[in-house]
Design a protein around this ligand. Structure first.
Ligand SMILES: C[S@@+](CC[C@H](N)C(=O)[O-])C[C@H]1O[C@@H](n2cnc3c(N)ncnc32)[C@H](O)[C@@H]1O
Length: 477
């Protein structure tokens, strides 16, 4: 397993970072050096703009994957990540990525890859083929939006004729109805991209062997507990399969999975159970909202009820001392009636539900905090005119933290030292009125300063009571 936390000597790489918000958040909120690429120069320019704001020193190139492979100024990486890339590039580019991992990932390094997979995509694949066929041979418009719409209409007409294929595979209609509701932008990327290669988990695992990569786990924390994912009967069948690749593949049949987020390790070493539990218990955790814990959490195998007494004790423990991060070793010493197994299940369920998150060490938090604040100030200011950057850098967890546009505007004021409900409301109204904007409540645009300020005060009240304490606990401010 990789070290639990990235230190200043570690190096990380993201291939195909898109607009670059998430990689900038990670580069600001964790220790280590970042070297990333996306061949779209406007993506690289945007990623560099965010990096100039955070001053964290990450490098964002506009190299293609092939060019990145031949660079001679890269270190050996502790992690290489790609999200939303693998299924939408050519085989040739997949080969460049595998070679990149073989050449640049350290032994023990982590490789993250997400991709569309079979068998879940089985009804979707012929549908995509229809869209692509129409777009290649029968489209009339040159505009992407219209081309997507034309292909959708054509497919709808075909479905209405009820051809034998759709009678034999009735789920195609459901997939089409779901796709119909998605935005044309999303559809253009998911269904109309020139390259599209959908694979089984086992195929990807075999390809990645060329880079000496072993499958470790998925990023879904709940999948660490098999009984939350499969019935006992199914689990007995799965556990009867000796080969680990085959076992993981069969899980996809039980789940009918169509998208995977996998973690591979170059030379995986399984931790002994005792060490694994010790690491989990001695990690600090923090509350992500002030909301009390739910009574039950949805998992793939159904709903799991949290032991009420345990959930309340954990909540009170983490809420104490102004929500400061704490580990569960100390908690278990104070609550000897709670077993380690119960504690582990509670941690998994609460993380799955977004109630708690693991934290970085205090040394790391203090090191990364200034970069996070620099980036967050920029993101909050940008909320005056746009709603495009919806996450902030969280120094305590090392990841992102979502805030609404109004919350970001209030936080911009707090960064300037402006605080208190009336002051926050006045600040927000000044920004809105200067742009000729008004708030909309229940579908109705509010009129003038009085109506707007009253509503801004409600929002500022809620922000101050519910969000600000958590933002302070997360050291975002
Ligand atoms: C679907 S986007 C995913 C972006 C981001 N990872 C995300 O999940 O939001 C794919 C990105 O990969 C980049 N890309 C595609 N092929 C590439 C190549 N051969 N070399 C470098 N970047 C590439 C594109 O410019 C695009 O930004």
């Amino acid at each position: 397993m990789p070290p639990a936390e990235s230190d200043e000597n570690s190096a990380h790489c993201e291939l195909g970072y898109g607009q670059g918000l998430s990689i900038n958040i990670h580069a600001a909120a964790t220790q280590g050096k970042y070297f990333d690429t996306d061949f779209n120069p406007s993506h690289a320019a945007h990623a560099n703009e965010l990096c100039t704001a955070s001053k964290c020193g990450a490098k964002f190139f506009d190299d293609s994957f092939e060019e990145m492979l031949h660079r001679d100024d890269l270190p050996q990486f502790d992690s290489i990540s790609l999200h939303g890339i693998w299924s939408w590039i050519s085989e040739e580019n997949q080969a460049h990525i595998v070679e990149f991992a073989r050449k640049f990932l350290k032994p023990g390094g982590v490789f993250y890859n997400s991709y569309n997979c079979y068998p879940g995509w089985s009804p979707g694949a012929p549908l995509r083929e229809l869209f692509i066929l129409h777009d290649k041979y029968a489209h009339k418009s040159s505009k992407t939006f219209n081309r997507v719409e034309e292909a959708l209409k054509f497919t709808e007409e075909l479905l209405n004729k009820n051809p034998a294929y759709f009678q034999r595979v009735p789920d195609v209609k459901n997939v089409f109805n779901t796709a119909r509701k998605l935005s044309h932008d999303y559809l253009a990327h998911e269904y109309f991209n020139r390259d599209w290669i959908c694979m089984y988990f086992s195929e990807v695992a075999e390809i990645l062997q060329a880079a000496k990569l072993d499958f470790a786990c998925t990023t879904e924390i709940v999948e660490t507990l098999d009984n939350y994912n499969f019935s006992q009967d199914n689990l007995a069948f799965i556990n009867g399969i000796e080969n680990s690749i085959m076992r993981e593949q069969i899980k996809d049949y039980f789940r009918n999975r169509q998208f995977r987020k996998d973690i591979y390790i170059r030379g995986a070493r399984r931790l002994p159970e005792f060490e694994r539990v010790e690491r989990i218990l001695s990690t600090n955790y923090v509350l992500m909202t002030k909301d009390k814990f739910p009574q039950s959490v949805a998992v793939p195998a159904g709903n799991v009820t949290l032991t009420e007494n345990v959930a309340e004790k954990i909540y009170n423990y983490l809420a104490a001392e102004d929500y400061a991060p704490k580990n569960f070793k100390a908690f278990l010493e104070k609550n000897p009636d709670i077993s380690k197994a119960t504690m582990f299940q509670a941690i998994v369920l609460l993380m799955r539900n977004g109630n708690i998150m693991p934290c970085q060490s205090e040394v790391t938090i203090q090191h990364v905090k200034p970069y996070c604040v620099n980036l967050n100030k920029y993101i909050c200011k940008r909320a005056y005119d746009s709603d495009d950057l919806q996450f902030l850098a969280n120094p305590v967890t090392g990841g992102g933290f979502p805030l609404t546009k109004m919350e970001r505007v209030f936080l911009a004021a707090e960064y300037e030292g402006i605080t208190g409900v009336d002051e926050l409301a006045n600040y927000a109204w000044k920004i809105f009125s200067a742009r000729g904007l008004s708030l909309v409540k229940a579908g109705k645009s509010l009129n003038g300063a009085e109506e707007n300020l009253a509503e801004f005060k409600n929002m500022a009240q809620s922000f101050t009571e519910n969000r600000l304490p958590i933002l302070k606990a997360l050291q975002i401010i």
